[in-house]
Design a binder for this molecule. Structure first.
Ligand code: ZN
Length: 106
């Protein structure tokens, strides 16, 4: 199934950056653009997010062209870049902690 970058709203829908007209660039910062998602009128939540918060979703092409997916219509392919970075930092700390323990044991 095709993979697309999207952002989840609190209501459970995922909006896709490449097909949704509800996502626009809000403003630019030093670390990149900040996007603004305005959900459908029945939800109307506004979400601000950066490119690093986008996740990869696998879904059918039909759902992608509709510009959003409901719960159950997609699979999350990866954690966000920020979450991946946290996980790597965490693993590194565990490694360094066990390493210093080995040094102390010598
Ligand atoms: Zn919503």
């Amino acid at each position: 199934m095709p993979i697309h970058l999207g952002i989840a709203c609190g209501c459970g829908r995922v909006h896709f950056i490449a097909s949704s007209s509800r996502i626009e660039v809000s403003h630019a910062t030093e670390s990149g653009s900040v996007y603004k998602l305005t959900c459908f009128p029945d939800c109307s939540a506004i979400t601000y997010f950066s490119h690093a918060q986008l996740r990869r979703y696998s879904l059918s092409e039909l759902v992608f062209r509709r510009s959003y997916a409901n719960l159950g219509e997609y699979h999350v392919e990866s954690r966000t870049y920020a979450a991946r970075k946290r996980a790597i930092t965490c693993e590194k700390n565990v490694y360094e902690a066990s390493d210093s323990k080995n040094v102390a044991a010598k």
